[in-house]
Write a protein that binds this ligand. Structure first.
Ligand code: NAG
Ligand code: NAG
Ligand code: NAG
Ligand code: NAG
Ligand code: NAG
Ligand code: NAG
Ligand code: NAG
Length: 563
């Protein structure tokens, strides 16, 4: 780390004011840590709201709120009823993608797409829809738009009051070369009511890897702006912009594109990579900012996926300049990022805290919050599915929000009944149905009684180990995941005893996509129980968790990806 700090010092002189310096105060990026890609931002008076993608997780499309641009709280979710979002058999990273937020004629709108599956046999394409709300909390059923494509955006021209749908769509069904298309829409029931046409293909050579996406349209002064992302969401990701005197074009590209592109400094150079998919906004005081997605690379991999970042915007000749034209660095040396206070959940409220997610649209009860006899706790209702299936296992998951933290959870007492080798309850460092690292309790396979087990999954290879507890009952069994930038460890403790660490794995296992696949999500921590292919036995005990806890430590992440 010391040599890194020295390099950083030297390079800092080459990159003056290199962190994302705020108009007045330092910005601690990422502003919403943990995977939160494709941020769309909207200011409402003195409040700011950001909606992000939620992929295969339920409920869909989290909305965060802030009054100071620094502290963001989870405010609501747009899709909370199965009528709004059907995720059945949805593979990792499909699901609800790239929301846009608009305020039109006194109502809020979120427009997004659901990518139900990628299965080429199914031949279903993502189609755009929107939901509306009077308060950003309670959202309507969907209204489906005509075009197919991704990253839809609703823009009302403040002059003509026409409402446009801008969307990344293919030129045709055969070549699939994508660009930004537009039509005027009828907001009430969805159809295009104007010509559907291609409006901008961005700045890169226009082939199938160019991917002009994430259109966000807005007006400032006499100019209309069309802000987009290009290069795909990985290393080549960037933000670019065009402007016009009309919402219908023609569009003139910014001579200084891209607005932001950390990859320009090398894909292995800066920690922050994949900067793009931006939305711009103006504060009440007239300052401009942009939110965008970026990854924090740790040795070339980003276990937390794509997070939400913020930077300043200034205007020059009616063109925006992001972050003074500098790349995004992580650290503002004068003021380290405060360490968040621990999170503790004793499951004692009437509803599960909204920071817990389920996988896919739930259609059976997989948990409840009261135990037999009435006391509180998270009771899981295990079914035949495990974390490896594309269904709804009995599991709740929270986003991993720090690169240096501990996640731990204490089981309710397990006693009596049959708890065999097929029944499992535990916790997991979870990335997808193909990549999750579990520690839990099961009936021992080789002897009688209960065993702690670990199962790790890497690139299609599974490793399983069991550790006998020499008991048929347990009380105060706590599982622990210690997550550090380069390594995760799995362990357990009984009562107040110290933690026994059983296994570890590199953090890249939480980031590398399996062969022929890709991962758009980031790491989660899960509480789960499963019958692993069989219904939970009638005489098996009620299982669940008494509490879950997260403790965060200082995140000393260098500006350059040099470990
Ligand atoms: C939420 O919105 C739905 C659909 O617009 C409406 O039927 C329902 O009454 C609303 N619920 C609340 C609590 O406002
Ligand atoms: C974008 O590219 C497509 C496919 O090559 C082309 O049909 C379309 O006219 C282009 N759009 C613009 C605005 O240049
Ligand atoms: C598209 O163009 C870029 C830049 O010229 C090139 O690197 C890339 O390989 C091309 N992709 C395809 C599919 O031709
Ligand atoms: C990182 O990028 C900066 C700015 O272009 C450059 O000065 C520096 O040499 C690069 N560092 C490495 C290790 O490539
Ligand atoms: C994953 O396994 C495949 C073979 O199944 C191999 O080609 C690939 O290199 C492996 N990836 C990593 C990151 O180890
Ligand atoms: C259970 O017994 C085995 C064999 O004596 C021992 O190795 C293991 O440490 C014991 N487990 C616990 C949790 O005490
Ligand atoms: C993580 O936290 C531990 C405990 O506070 C600390 O010793 C370590 O330096 C931290 N690691 C990083 C990369 O910040």
């Amino acid at each position: 780390m010391h040599s890194t700090m020295k390099i950083l010092h030297v390079l800092a002189t080459l990159l003056p004011a290199a962190w994302c310096a705020g108009h007045g105060h330092a910005i601690h990026n990422p502003i919403i840590p943990g995977w939160n890609p494709d941020p769309a931002v909207l200011r409402v008076g003195d409040e700011y709201f950001i909606a992000t993608s939620s992929m295969e997780y339920w409920p869909g499309i989290p909305i965060y709120r802030s009054t100071d641009l620094e502290n963001w709280e989870l405010y609501s979710h747009a899709f909370t009823r199965p009528e709004q979002l059907q995720l059945y058999g949805t593979p990792t990273s499909a699901g609800a993608w790239a929301p846009s937020l608009s305020h039109i004629d006194g109502k809020f709108y979120i427009t997004a797409v659901t990518r139900w599956t990628y299965d080429p046999v199914a031949k279903v394409w993502p189609r755009a829809f929107w939901v509306s709300s009077p308060d950003l909390k309670n959202w309507s059923d969907p209204t489906w738009a005509d075009p197919w494509g991704i990253d839809p955006d609703l823009f009302q021209d403040p002059v003509t009051k026409k409402v446009y749908l801008n969307i990344m769509a293919p030129n045709n069904n055969v070549d699939r070369i994508w660009g930004i298309s537009q039509c005027e829409v009828d907001l009430r029931n969805g159809p295009c009511i104007g010509e559907y046409r291609s409006i901008w293909n961005g700045t890169l050579p226009h082939n199938s890897t160019a991917r002009p996406e994430g259109p966000k349209m807005f007006k400032r002064g006499s100019w209309y702006y069309l802000l987009i992302a290009e290069g795909g969401t990985d290393e080549l990701h960037r933000a670019t912009i065009a402007r016009s005197k009309s919402a219908e074009g023609p569009w003139e590209a910014n001579p200084n594109n891209p607005l932001i592109y950390n990859g320009a400094y090398g894909f292995t150079n800066l920690t922050v990579q994949s900067t793009g998919h931006a939305t711009m906004f103006e504060t009440k005081g007239g300052d401009w900012y942009a939110v965008f997605l970026a990854r924090r690379n740790i040795n070339g991999k980003s276990p937390l996926g794509r997070e939400t970042f913020l930077c300043t915007v200034d205007w020059k000749d009616d063109w925006p300049v992001f972050n003074n034209g500098e790349p995004i660095l992580l650290n503002d040396a004068s003021e380290p990022k405060p360490i968040p206070s621990p999170f503790m959940d004793t499951f004692s409220k009437s509803k599960l805290d909204s920071s817990w997610y389920q996988l896919r649209t739930p259609y059976t009860e997989t948990y409840s919050l009261s135990r037999r006899g009435g006391s509180k706790g998270l009771i899981l209702r295990p079914n035949v599915f495990s974390l490896s299936e594309r269904d709804v296992p009995a599991a709740v998951l929270r986003k991993q929000t720090s690169l240096n933290m501990t996640f731990s959870a204490t089981l309710l007492p397990v006693k009596g009944g049959s708890f065999g080798p097929r029944q499992t309850i535990g916790i997991s460092a979870y990335l997808s149905e193909l990549q999750h690292q579990d520690i839990g309790l099961t009936g021992c396979a080789e002897q009688s009684g209960l065993c702690v087990y670990t199962t790790t999954l890497n690139n299609g290879t599974s490793e399983h180990a069991e550790y006998p507890l020499n008991a048929t009952k347990v009380q105060g069994l706590t599982f622990h995941i210690r997550a550090e930038p380069l390594e995760y460890r799995l362990g357990y403790s009984l009562g107040k005893s110290t933690v026994t660490w059983l296994t570890s794995f590199p953090s890249s296992w939480m980031a590398i996509a399996p062969p022929n696949w890709f991962v758009f999500d980031g790491a989660m921590f899960s509480l789960f129980a499963s019958g692993n292919g069989e219904p939970w036995p009638m005489n098996a005990p009620e299982v669940g968790f008494e509490k879950a806890k997260e403790v965060y430590y200082q995140e000393d992440i260098p500006d350059y990806d040099d470990w």
